[in-house]
Design a protein around this ligand. Structure first.
Ligand SMILES: [Zn+2]
Length: 617
């Protein structure tokens, strides 16, 4: 494995030498693939359009109502500006407001709305008014005692700053307005005046600032932000965290147990880990630092091969919101925070860009269609924080949470879904996810219009059309779940090489040329790794990227008795009026039958029990 890794890294270095994009002269990109962000992509299929529409009409309004009316989150900023009144809620509640603003910014890109934009401007004015003259901004410390700031590394000051930066960059890119960007740069200047080489040590108790600083670097071109991010990453694992002040510090929980470049096992809190890995990947890409990437490869094996649920969810334990022993994956008690599944999407996206390997998109897709989508209700107005794979009937989505990281996470993630469909490199357009859309891909040959028509995830036919002459490769991902498929160019069968999971189709494309990928969509029975005790003697059902589950509401009389065997037959039916339209699976045994629905759609009807893993005999 190690030798392969060295070869791969050498290959990456060679490739990167002739492929410098969006970097300064000092920094060399290690990336093989550049992202095509969602502003270039207009989603058009019915599955995702429904989710996006509900995001605008339900999810964003719910977030605004909670932030302004149901909780004191905006009031905290108003009080901080006036230096009077109390702080309400949790010390990191500012971050929810920033994340909701980031969601609003993304929404405005494809759905301009002057009223929504005005709301965002109002919020930003309130943030700016709450900033201290020295640049510091955090309503908790402003309202509870500014003298205590920067005394406790577990109090999320840099975490909140990171989310503010992400919102600021998003809003600047969406509207060209830079007020929050200026507020963010002032806060970063304040932090850099205190912390850094030759100054104070600091290990952020919840990672996030690292990836945010890279975004700020990319939009401002200021090298010091990238360097500060690199410095923060390398502060971990030297014992500085334990000297950080008042908070209780557990090095494993905070990913402070060893220097990050030496890591090979995931530890502690799942969301923290995901944000850390994203930060490492971002800095590695721009600094050309392969030691980060070697660590990320080791960590990926540990997460995906030994600690991931079939849903792509991670972090099995509620105690630490994170990891325990390898293969410890209980179903009823599974934690699988929605934010951690979003983190898996963010991290695997980056890993794919380094390697050009579809195995990362396979994981991304699994986490997206199961772990992430379960986090939001069919109507877009209720949320799961915890995503177990079994329920006794007492686990339900809520309108909001005291700790509201997951609702605000979903609100910023959904409108950016277009990020994950395409990539681009000097010689190729990369197609990763099968989501219907019309896109404009910025290539070295100019902007190339590309569209995808598909009815995924319900059937396996995908048609990609090129809108303009293009001389290069289309690299089309063949998903891991595709056992049988046909590839056609302009209706003719083709045989084409597969490179790291991509079908590589190289030619001089003419306008209106098309590629069809027709995958036979099969319902499959899946067994867990035998080392997972919780799934012994059980099987789960998958169809394409979707994990299915049995819900009591569909199986009132039979729920306790349902089982699978090697003769079980499956019949799929599309139900257009059920749960926004889903493919339901009817399982037929010799003398019983029962129904399954996609896991992401559970708990949208009558309350009841649910299970993913079903007895097999
Ligand atoms: Zn969360």
């Amino acid at each position: 494995m190690k030798n392969n890794l060295v070869v791969l890294l050498l290959l990456l270095l060679t490739l990167s030498a002739c492929q410098q994009k969006d970097t300064t002269e000092e920094n060399v990109s290690l990336k093989m693939i550049e992202a095509v962000d969602f502003s270039h992509v207009k989603i058009s299929d019915s599955f995702w359009s429904t989710i996006l529409q509900k995001h605008v009409t339900a999810t964003i309004p719910v977030c605004i109502d909670q932030i302004e009316n149901q909780t004191g989150r905006i009031q905290n900023f108003e009080n901080a500006a006036k230096k009077q009144g109390e702080h309400s809620g949790i010390y990191f509640d500012d971050s929810d407001v920033y994340k909701a603003l980031e969601g609003i910014a993304y929404t405005l890109v494809n759905n301009p709305d002057p009223v929504l934009e005005q709301k965002a401007d109002e919020w930003i004015d309130k943030f700016a008014a709450a900033q201290e003259p020295d640049g510091y901004i955090n309503t908790y410390y402003t309202l509870t005692g500014l003298e205590n700031r920067w005394t406790n590394m577990v109090k999320h000051e840099m975490y909140c700053a990171g989310h503010m930066i992400e919102a600021a960059v998003a809003y600047y890119q969406a509207t060209g307005k830079r007020k929050l960007l200026d507020v963010s740069e002032k806060m970063v200047a304040h932090m850099m005046s205190l912390f850094g080489p030759g100054k104070r040590h600091w290990v952020p108790g919840h990672e996030e600032i690292e990836l945010a600083l890279v975004k700020l670097y990319k939009v401002t071109g200021k090298q010091e932000y990238l360097d500060f991010s690199d410095w923060l990453l390398n502060e971990r694992g030297h014992g500085y965290g334990s000297t950080g002040g008042n908070g209780e510090w557990n090095a494993n929980y905070f990913q402070d147990n060893m220097p990050v470049k030496e890591m090979s096992s995931i530890t502690g809190h799942a969301v923290r880990s995901m944000y850390l890995y994203c930060g490492m990947a971002d800095v590695a890409a721009l600094k050309g630092d392969t030691a980060y990437i070697e660590a990320l490869h080791r960590l990926w094996d540990d997460v995906v091969l030994r600690n991931m649920y079939i849903t792509g969810g991670i972090g099995s334990s509620a105690d630490n919101e994170g990891f325990t022993e390898d293969y410890d994956l209980p179903n009823l008690e599974a934690y699988c925070e929605t934010c951690a599944s979003v983190g898996m999407v963010l991290w695997n996206w980056r890993m794919n860009q380094f390697t050009g390997n579809t195995k990362y998109i396979d994981v991304l897709e699994r986490s997206l269609y199961n772990g992430v989508l379960a986090g939001i209700s069919a109507e877009g107005d209720r949320f799961f924080y915890v995503n177990p794979l079994e329920s006794k009937g007492d686990h339900h989505r809520q309108a909001w949470y005291g700790c509201a990281c997951c609702p605000s996470q979903v609100s910023r993630f959904i409108p950016s879904i277009g990020n994950y469909i395409y990539g681009v490199s000097k010689q190729a357009i990369w197609v990763n996810l099968f989501i219907g859309n019309e896109a404009m891909i910025p290539t070295s040959q100019g902007d190339i219009p590309v569209s995808i028509q598909t009815n995924m995830p319900w059937n396996g036919n995908v048609k990609l059309t090129i809108g303009k002459n293009y001389n290069g490769e289309i690299r089309l991902r063949i998903p891991e779940w595709a056992n049988e498929y046909k590839l056609l160019v302009n209706g003719e069968n083709i045989n084409t090489p597969i490179d790291m999971g991509y079908a590589v189709i190289k030619r001089s494309w003419k306008a209106n040329d098309s590629v069809s990928l027709d995958i036979t969509m099969e319902t499959k029975m899946v067994a867990a790794d035998p080392r997972v005790k919780a799934d012994e003697g059980k099987r789960a059902i998958m169809r394409g990227p979707l994990v299915y589950c049995a819900e009591e509401v569909d199986n009132q009389q039979t729920y306790d008795k349902i089982s699978l065997n090697n003769k079980s037959q499956f019949a799929e039916t599309y139900k257009s009026t059920l749960l926004n339209g889903i493919e339901q699976i009817e399982v037929q045994n010799s003398n019983t039958s029962f129904s399954l629905i996609p896991y992401f759609a559970w708990d949208n009807r009558e309350a009841g029990r649910m299970k993913v893993w079903i007895d097999y005999n």
